[in-house]
Design a protein around this ligand. Structure first.
Ligand code: IMP
Length: 419
């Protein structure tokens, strides 16, 4: 039974996954997030109102759909409670519709402070969201983290705090110096307790019984801890493989694997970005695409579509196809460029995405040039797209040696074209 769909970001995040999860959730009984934390920001428009979700899966706005966070996720309890309050204004989200994994790790005020300290002391900061993501995963893999199942158990939470305070004097000092933050942290345990369950067990048995399940990646494949532009990445597995690792289910159930990419490229934070445009065209893309971070409000770096990077992501994830999003943003540009290779001062022409950020930094983009179109793309069918838009889509498919299965042409649910 091929009843599991996995959707990942195919660039450096912010590809507009939230909208597509919301659309694909129509056919899903369960939507689960498998990695990341409140570093993510999914913007949705529900009944014309802008809603930004950081931790709750975007499918939550579909009546009857269950949202789940599985083992590979990290959770900020204070922010999650705030977000729950926001979602409850639109839809009822009882514990039967939101499953929070006992195995997920908890972001504490200490981890957030660590993220701030490391970023401000570093000579080459990563440009993190400062949400405590890296330090929480660090603690998880060093086997000194706090799991959600223990967080909501008062005795287990206090035992964990006592042990950490015993081992790390700086941790104890932080608790003493930041009483209010820690009080808020403790307070939300009771609020979240009813939602905490063995979500992997529930997900697995739902999958085995044939439920349609959508597994939603956060960030993007180029921010993957192993396959991304390390060290300028996030601290989790953002690739397709992260999904079964986090949920624990038979991979034979995976039916479709989709990657969402913008029709151009953006990046927030530091790190190499060969097709970045630090000129008026880059600014025009940023303005047309409203490229400001949903989580931090930071302006995003913009550039032409990097097909070298996208091809790497396509192959490394075994994608069935790309959703080419925000095509409408390109309306009005007289010419469009697609980066199909890099030129490196010593390595020459490169067509495989380099593993080394120093190499990538020195790469110059090699572009194919395509004619643009001036018409707006909203409210159309695929067949009605301007000829130049259709040929741009074909050029992207060819450059990535893959398929473009869907196209996004605006912020609303209806601005979605299917091949
Ligand atoms: P962290 O995940 O906060 O540790 O940040 C590590 C890197 O990932 C930084 O470059 C962030 O800007 C980037 N990042 C994290 N989450 C997102 C996201 O949701 N969209 C885009 N970039 C992100």
């Amino acid at each position: 039974m091929s009843n599991v769909t996995i959707l990942v970001g195919a660039q450096w995040g912010d590809e507009g996954k939230g909208k597509w999860v919301d659309i694909l959730a129509e056919k899903a009984q369960i939507v689960a997030r498998f990695q990341g934390g409140n570093n993510a920001g999914h913007t949705l428009y529900v009944d014309g109102q802008k809603v930004v979700l950081h931790q709750i899966p975007s499918g939550a706005f579909r009546d009857g759909t269950i949202g789940a966070l599985s083992a590979g996720v990290v959770i900020n309890p204070v922010q999650l409670v705030e977000e729950l309050g926001c979602v409850q204004q639109f839809t009822d989200l009882p514990p039967s519709r939101l499953w929070l994994s006992v195995r997920a790790h908890v972001i504490t005020p200490w981890h957030i402070a660590q993220d701030h300290a490391q970023e401000s002391l570093a000579t080459n900061p990563i440009g993190t969201t400062k949400r405590g993501i890296g330090p929480t995963y660090e603690a998880k893999y060093a086997r000194r983290g706090l799991r959600l199942g223990h967080y909501v158990d008062d005795e287990a939470r206090m035992a964990w705090l006592a042990e950490r305070s015993h081992v790390e004097p700086a941790f104890r000092a932080h608790i003493e110096d930041h009483k209010q933050e820690w009080e808020a942290f403790h307070r939300q345990a009771a609020v979240l307790r009813p939602y905490v369950c063995d979500s992997e067990l529930r997900l697995r048995s739902s999958i085995e019984q044939g439920a349609q399940v959508l597994l939603e990646g956060a960030q993007g494949a180029l921010l993957d801890i192993d396959h991304g532009t390390y060290p300028f990445v996030t601290s989790s597995s953002t690739m397709v493989g992260g999904a079964p690792a986090s949920v624990g289910f038979g991979v034979k159930h995976i039916g479709q694997i989709l990657g969402v990419a913008k029709a151009y490229t953006t990046r927030v934070g530091e790190g190499p970005f060969p097709s970045e445009l630090e000129d008026s065209t880059g600014l025009a893309l940023a303005r047309a695409g409203h490229e400001f971070g949903a989580t931090t409000g930071r302006p995003r770096r913009c550039g032409w579509l990097d097909a070298v990077a996208l091809r790497h992501v396509y192959k490394a994830n075994g994608l069935d196809g790309i959703i080419l999003n925000k095509m409408d943003v390109l309306s009005g540009f007289s010419t469009l460029k697609i980066c199909t290779a890099y030129d490196h001062p010593t390595l020459g022409r490169i067509t495989d995405f380099p593993w080394d950020p120093h190499v990538l930094t020195d790469c110059k983009p090699v572009y194919e040039i395509h004619p643009g179109w001036s018409e707006p793309l909203s409210q159309r069918r695929w067949s009605d797209l301007p000829a130049a838009a259709k040929s741009y889509i074909s050029a992207v498919a060819q450059a990535i040696d893959g398929e473009v299965l869907m196209v996004g042409t605006g912020v609303n649910r209806g601005d979605a074209l299917y091949r």
